[in-house]
Design a protein around this ligand. Sequence first.
Ligand SMILES: C[S@@+](CC[C@H](N)C(=O)[O-])C[C@H]1O[C@@H](n2cnc3c(N)ncnc32)[C@H](O)[C@@H]1O
Length: 302
Amino acid sequence: MEEGRASRTAIATAYFRAHHDKHANPKIFEDPLAGSLLHADDVAPLERFLLAGVEKHNPELAASGADRETRIGLALRGLVVVLARARFTEERLEDAMRDGTAQYVIIGAGLDTFALRRSDLRGRLRVIEIDHPATQAFKRGRIRDAGLELPPNLHFAPADLEKESLAEVLPRTPYDPSRPAFFSWLGVTMYLTEEAIRATLRSLRRTAVPGSQLVFDYLDRAVFDPGNPSPARARLFEIVRRVGEPMIFGFDPSALDAELAEEGFRLLEDLGPEAQKDLYYGNRTDGLQPTAAARLARAAVA
Ligand SMILES: C[S@@+](CC[C@H](N)C(=O)[O-])C[C@H]1O[C@@H](n2cnc3c(N)ncnc32)[C@H](O)[C@@H]1O
């Protein structure tokens, strides 16, 4: 991330949720508040960039007279895991709540609107958002600008997780280490070193009671194999590198179980693109497909 600046990828993923909510049917994920956190000057350069990408890489579509929103929707396709991971997380969180979980920790929350959207859960769920101080300050400003009420069950914990561990940050919040918690870690693992990922897992393990759960998305390590090129992926990697948030890490799905076990977790689910397709992409006529190589995992503290 660029020093002192809100995460550009967090703004981009919020934009995608907002665009999908407004223009897609059926919806993989509904986020009617995402758009209210964005200003015109966040949206305009992103849209210019996406439309220029369509001109360059899909000139037939650009020339076909397809409307602007269709062209933007096409440019966003490679990122559709942003929607699937949010849906997966919120569904699994509801399951955990039925089993008694009453605290939800969002690691690297970005412009996630869960707590703002789900005012119905105020009395039943404590939500703790941990994010880089620059991104979190930006988000708080945007919530104010949008005139949205801060729900009393939402607690912000600004922290640079490269400098502090979860076990250091959580005691500053109303997190209760004696009770099971649900953690999400969405859109983050691909930006970290293996060392930082292991440190986060260890730290979470130290601070969460057995039965607590963690949901995260990750890239299949094979995407970093130079013998496995994809022009669309190469473009995505180049874009995130240019905004100062390069994607550098993937797990090997066949070793995930063992790697998590080493850190004290039990893998409960690991959904590849086919499984995501069955769950979230039925009844579509727009050709939206799961992001190749992006996987959704859920693990429990053993
Ligand atoms: C790609 S965004 C994902 C945001 C959100 N979870 C989503 O799915 O849209 C990555 C998030 O990780 C956060 N992040 C990156 N580096 C961080 C660090 N060193 N400490 C804390 N948060 C960090 C960014 O601020 C950003 O919110």
